[in-house]
Design a protein around this ligand. Structure first.
Ligand SMILES: [Zn+2]
Length: 121
């Protein structure tokens, strides 16, 4: 169970991260709309296309990160933050500080990775 002090620490950390992500997302969007629409050269058009795809991929990643951070804040509200969703054990402070959006303790995370590695073989 998290102490009051730690709850505040992680809430601040997550809010800060969320603000940063939202800021980035806004920049990405304005970067997309700021570009001129007239590209007479087909090579330029292709470049613009691939840049646009790249931007969309980044936005997708940002969106997923944003929802992860929001979920972590929800868990803080519900008092389930810092509890491994696999085994129900506490996730170490050290791990939470490095990766506050995590939902797995290091042991379960390793098991999950091992499984993924096995599937990859
Ligand atoms: Zn676990």
């Amino acid at each position: 169970m998290l102490s009051k002090k730690n709850q505040k620490y992680f809430r601040d950390l997550l809010n800060e991260r969320l603000a940063g992500l939202l800021d980035e997302a806004t920049k990405t969007v304005s970067g997309m709309t700021d570009r001129g629409e007239t590209f007479p050269d087909p090579t330029d058009r292709a470049t613009l296309e691939s840049e646009r795809n790249f931007t969309l991929r980044i936005r997708d990643r940002e969106r997923r990160l944003i929802s992860k951070v929001k979920e972590a804040l929800d868990r803080l509200d519900q008092g389930t933050f810092g509890i491994c969703e696999e085994c129900g054990e506490d996730i170490s402070d050290k791990r939470l500080k490095a990766r506050p959006v995590t939902t797995l303790c290091i042991k379960c995370k390793k098991e999950q990775e091992n499984e993924e590695n096995l599937k990859g073989l």
